[in-house]
Ligand binder design. Structure first.
Ligand SMILES: [Zn+2]
Length: 164
């Protein structure tokens, strides 16, 4: 029997007994619920490259889903309309990303957004726009702290001049 004939034979045999096989697997899972998990773990250990590919595809699908939700399925940067998926990211609108990441711990942001039913306060930005936003924030923060220092200095001067 050639390889092709063998494959056709196996396929026919499977199709004839498909329901039996499904029933057998279902019973096996019911009898030993941990078995599936153990087999999956074993499989993952023995197929690291395949696992890697599956995980990265799942991650891509998840990213697409989340970007779609936050861009009304336009998949474009809110600011400049960039549409190359590789440079699109999710941005914290109120610049509270650091505190937010600290609060939720080391979980995948895309997964967190999906699990929490896509809360408000996020938008799709490209890396360029995100970088520019960050730089502008730093500049304005520096400027306001400089202003604050100047004001405190002036208050000090006024106080020292007018203390009796
Ligand atoms: Zn942009």
């Amino acid at each position: 029997m050639s390889t092709i004939e063998k494959q056709a034979y196996d396929r026919n045999r499977y199709l004839k007994k498909k329901e039996d096989f499904i029933e057998r697997d279902r019973k096996r899972r019911l009898l030993n619920p941990q078995d599936g998990k153990r087999r999956a773990t074993n499989w993952a250990k023995n197929h690291p490259r395949a696992l890697n590919i599956i995980q990265s595809r799942c991650q891509q699908m998840l990213k697409l889903e989340v970007l779609g939700k936050y861009s009304n399925d336009t998949f474009r940067c809110t600011n400049c309309n960039e549409d190359r998926l590789d440079c699109l990211t999710i941005d914290h609108i109120n610049n509270d990303g650091q505190e937010h990441r600290k609060a939720i711990g080391s979980v995948n942001m895309y997964r967190w957004l999906r699990k929490n039913n896509y809360p408000n306060g996020f938008q799709v930005l490209c890396m360029n726009c995100q970088w520019v936003k960050k730089a502008e924030n730093q500049r304005s923060r520096r400027a306001s702290s400089k202003l604050l220092r100047r004001r405190l200095l002036i208050e000090d001067l006024i106080n020292s001049r007018y203390t009796p």
